[in-house]
Design a protein around this ligand. Structure first.
Ligand code: GLU
Length: 432
């Protein structure tokens, strides 16, 4: 009798792969909360703010929209997105060169499917870039950085990584992300110009992941597309600045020179997801078009994120943890190196062990640096300071004029779980 069990037969590229670290930590926090544990959830990077009312209302009105839409996206939405990037980033964007997908994450994936060449990634970088290239079977090269360089790549480090393969003409895709997930840091105009020069010399394609651009804490986000227009694809979406991660809508804007890549991605989309959910696309028009209400929502969001970052960084630095002050987004990148001896006495030698102990012993969920392409023995970790009621914080901020600072006790009254979490980390780090 032959064994009737269906044999396990998996694509080699995905053998051993589990859920993405960001999504796995979310399920774990949910399960712990269901057991009655009071866990501070600094794991998944989800916007704490609600979707602006005008956009929610537009979705309600669009609910009956039921047809499949154009593969690249609803034409009015693509025109609005192009206009948005012409105005905010000074890109020469046109609707034909925009593609709308079910999250920028999916667009990044199909970009790597369509593109044939090597992938260059900064380290640290967002959790999913490497697994995506692995699934597809692409080579990737890491461009190292350090606390001393503000966790940013430089023209020298980019050149050095390119030089590892002695072939100047090899097709390469550089994925840059700023304000950065996981560090919150962004590039200055001078830094972008210098990177653009190297990109032009080696004819790189740059995927500029600017999903946190609108939550740059000072509202001064600049795109590398200004300095390297011919080779830059700008990625954005509704998840981070519009509070709509679960709506799954991402956007790529291509220069005319890369139209071939946009069209190839559309071909893949047409054979896979077809088009993004119709009502969401109609509603998204209201997020991307110029609107005083959205502008105010963004200024309040930025002000809250900035003040909360400042408070949090101070608490963590006082506890001996090294970390830069973020420029945007809602992440902090913690470096526990100066506490290494004390942590080693407690059996903690890797970033994964550190995060595990912090969760079990202090009830705070953060993600290890090893999930962001850092060496496992480096004691770094990403913290998403989003465990607060964004709707309540926004309403409180709206009572205070935008040209005045938020009161000193704003975080105590509106973001108490975040302060609780920072206090727990500081206390935990000080244990012998
Ligand atoms: N960007 C979010 C994070 O890094 C997660 C979203 C996702 O993985 O889809 O936590």
């Amino acid at each position: 009798m032959s064994d009737s069990t269906v044999p396990v037969s998996l694509n080699l590229n995905i053998r051993g792969m589990g859920l993405s670290a960001t999504l796995a930590i979310k399920s774990r926090c949910k399960a712990l909360a269901a057991e009655g544990k009071n866990v501070i959830d600094f794991g998944l990077g989800q916007s704490p703010f609600p979707v602006p009312d005008t956009v929610v209302e537009a979705l309600r009105v669009a609910a009956p929209e039921k047809d499949y839409l154009d593969v690249k996206g609803l034409p009015q939405l693509r025109e609005t997105i192009a206009e948005f990037h012409r105005k905010t980033d000074q890109l020469e964007a046109t609707a034909d060169n925009v593609i709308v997908g079910p999250g920028s994450k999916e667009l990044m994936f199909i970009l790597q499917v369509a593109f044939y060449g090597e992938i260059l990634l900064p380290s640290p970088c967002w959790v999913s870039y490497i697994p995506q290239s692995r699934i597809i079977g692409r080579n990737h090269h890491l461009i190292d950085s350090s606390f001393e360089t503000d966790w940013k790549i430089t023209p020298e480090s980019l050149r050095a990584t390119i030089a590892e393969v002695n072939d100047d003409d090899r097709p390469r895709l550089l994925i840059l992300n700023y304000p950065s997930n996981p560090t919150g840091l962004t590039y200055s105009e001078d830094e972008l110009c210098a990177l653009a020069e190297v990109a032009r010399k080696y004819r790189l394609i740059v995927l500029s992941d600017e999903i946190y651009g609108q939550v740059n804490h000072t509202g001064n986000h600049v795109s590398i597309g200004r300095y390297y227009p011919e080779g830059t694809i700008v990625s954005s979406g509704l998840s981070k600045w519009c509070g709509a991660g679960g709506w799954r809508l991402g956007t790529f804007v291509f220069p005319p020179q890369l139209r071939w890549l946009c069209n190839s991605m559309a071909a893949i989309a047409s054979e896979t997801y077809t088009s993004v959910c119709a009502p969401i696309q109609y509603a998204a028009i209201h997020a991307f078009r110029p609107d005083v209400f959205i502008e105010r929502y963004l200024w309040h969001s930025r002000r809250i994120l900035k003040v909360l970052a400042e408070r949090s960084v101070k608490i963590l630095r006082d506890a001996g943890i090294r970390l830069p002050m973020p420029d945007g987004g809602f992440y902090l990148f913690l470096d526990f190196t100066s506490l290494r001896e004390r942590l080693e006495r407690r059996g903690i030698r890797t970033s994964a062990a550190l995060c595990e102990a912090l969760l079990n012993e202090a009830g705070v969920a953060i993600l290890p640096g090893s999930s962001f392409a850092r060496h496992s023995s480096e004691l770094t970790a990403r913290l998403s300071y989003v465990d607060f009621d964004g709707a309540r914080a926004l309403s409180a901020s709206e009572t205070i004029p935008l040209d005045e600072p938020l009161p000193a006790d704003f975080c105590e009254h509106n973001c108490e779980r975040v302060l609780d979490g920072m206090g727990r980390i500081a206390e935990w780090a000080g244990r012998e």
